[in-house]
Design a protein around this ligand. Structure first.
Ligand code: PHE
Length: 455
């Protein structure tokens, strides 16, 4: 639905912070540090930066173009711009992807609230390594407690989304993103001043090019994709609220920079602390829900209050990062229902909250009581993660690149990048080349790799 007076973000800064809020999330804080540390440190980071520049930023600008050029949310944008109705399905699949991610992502987001609560109420004090493992396993498999936090988290997301684009999304991003920065910098300082912290810094930053295999290259591209929230129209929906003075390339560069900066800082929180107490960092959820609380307890055993403060700050940080991402995921579906079926935003948001709660409940139970139900050997939680992050996101990104590179009106593409000729765009030919050739080929490679077809 094309609207003449579309609601929009009140300022350019608000637009940048909202998009950065979507990008900075759980993916930055546990996945990036682990991938970097284990795949050649600075060498991985260089490859990752290459992926952000060569692939991530052009696709982000393409998604911005789709959003602002159509002034419609992802679900409708392809229909507005495309010469052929088949393209609308790319938009619809994007909405579905975001909706599914919202369901299971909110489960993990809910865990961050439980851990904030545990840290605040002294639940970590005096626990041994084995007890931290039990604590996490018992909690994540519990049929009820994670669901309570899931409800709380979804309600928080819901309230921000129903407040609307400027008063809800923009205002919360302007408050939460700076807070998140302050927290992560404080935690990094804390972690870097621990004895023996330099071993952790070395683990993260020392380049080891021998570990850069083709597999690492493809892994870095996948990480860049998920971390920048590309491939499902989150950023194109946000871009539909950009004002005409917002500079797309500039905004994409700022989002990429903030996202990478937070990811590297997260590594500088996790590894120095882990190495300082001689704990080998683990992968995935175990790293942030088992290793880290343990690390903080041990690192600050002489001053228990510091252990509590660091743990609380860390889980609040995770919760904030997750919240700005769930808001963006929720907005994609809410805006879609609002525009496609003309529901009020409140009604649309209620339906999405209720629907994602159902998906969240199934995902959460899949880790405990329902773990025997599997698809292709994966429980339903892992199956959802696999289907969305590894199949639907690359698929969406591939089509966004092809759509802007090959399908839509060339003048519109140029006008969006140059803000109707008022900005210089020296990289324009390169941008088009990337969208037409480099991105489709690169993403096809990630896709094949993720599905294990490269062996
Ligand atoms: N970028 C978010 C993160 O790093 C996850 C996300 C993916 C959010 C896709 C929105 C869309 O955690």
């Amino acid at each position: 639905m094309q609207q003449k007076e579309r609601i929009s973000f009140g300022s350019k800064l608000g637009a940048v912070l909202a998009a950065a809020g979507s990008a900075v999330g759980l993916g930055n804080i546990w996945r990036f540090p682990y991938e970097a540390g284990n795949h050649g440190g600075a060498a991985f980071i260089i490859v990752y930066l290459g992926c952000i520049f060569i692939l991530g930023l052009p696709i982000m600008v393409a998604e911005f173009t789709i959003g602002r050029g159509s002034k419609a949310s992802t679900g409708e944008a392809f229909k507005v711009l495309a010469p052929h109705p088949i393209w609308k399905w790319v938009g619809y699949i994007g909405v579905l992807t975001g909706f599914l991610i919202l369901g299971y992502y909110s489960v993990v987001a809910g865990w961050t609230l439980e851990y904030t609560f545990q840290a605040l109420t002294g639940g970590f004090a005096g626990k041994t390594s084995a007890e931290f493992i039990t604590l996490f396993q018992e909690f994540s498999k519990d049929p009820l407690r994670p669901l309570l936090w899931l409800v709380v988290f979804l309600l928080l997301t819901h309230f921000v989304v129903v407040k609307g684009v400027e008063k809800g999304i923009e205002r919360s991003s302007k408050l939460l993103m700076p807070l998140l920065f302050i927290l992560i910098v404080l935690l990094a300082i804390c972690s870097l001043t621990l004895p023996g912290a330099n071993k952790g810094v070395e683990f993260l930053l020392k380049p080891d090019f021998s570990k850069v295999t083709p597999d690492v290259f493809l892994g870095a591209m996948g990480q860049a994709f998920f971390s920048l929230s590309l491939g499902m129209g989150c950023l194109s929906t946000y871009a539909s609220y950009f004002g005409k003075e917002t500079r797309l390339v500039h905004t994409a560069a700022s989002v990429g920079l903030i996202d990478t900066f937070v990811a590297v800082l997260a590594g500088l929180v996790i590894f120095p602390a882990a190495f300082s107490v001689g704990i080998q960092p683990d992968a995935g959820p175990a790293l942030i829900f088992i290793t880290l609380p343990n690390v903080f307890q041990q690192a600050f055993s002489a001053v228990p209050i510091l252990a509590t403060v660091c743990s609380v700050l860390f889980y609040v940080l995770l919760a904030l990062a997750a919240l700005t991402s769930t808001i963006s995921l929720h907005e994609v579906s809410t805006a879609f229902l609002h525009e496609k079926f003309h529901f009020t935003r409140v009604k649309a948001a209620r339906l999405i909250t209720a629907g994602s709660l159902l998906i969240g409940i199934v995902s959460s139970l899949a880790l405990g009581d329902w773990s025997e139900y599997t698809i292709a050997g994966m429980n339903l939680f892992d199956a959802l993660d696999f289907l969305t992050a590894k199949i639907m996101l690359p698929f969406g990104g591939l089509f966004a690149a092809i759509f802007v590179g090959w399908v839509i009106d060339r003048n519109l593409v140029k006008n969006e990048v140059t803000n109707y000729g008022t900005l210089k765009a020296p990289f324009y030919p390169l941008y088009i080349f990337v969208l037409r050739f480099v991105a489709p080929i690169g993403i096809t490679l990630i896709f094949i790799n993720e599905l294990g077809l490269l062996g």
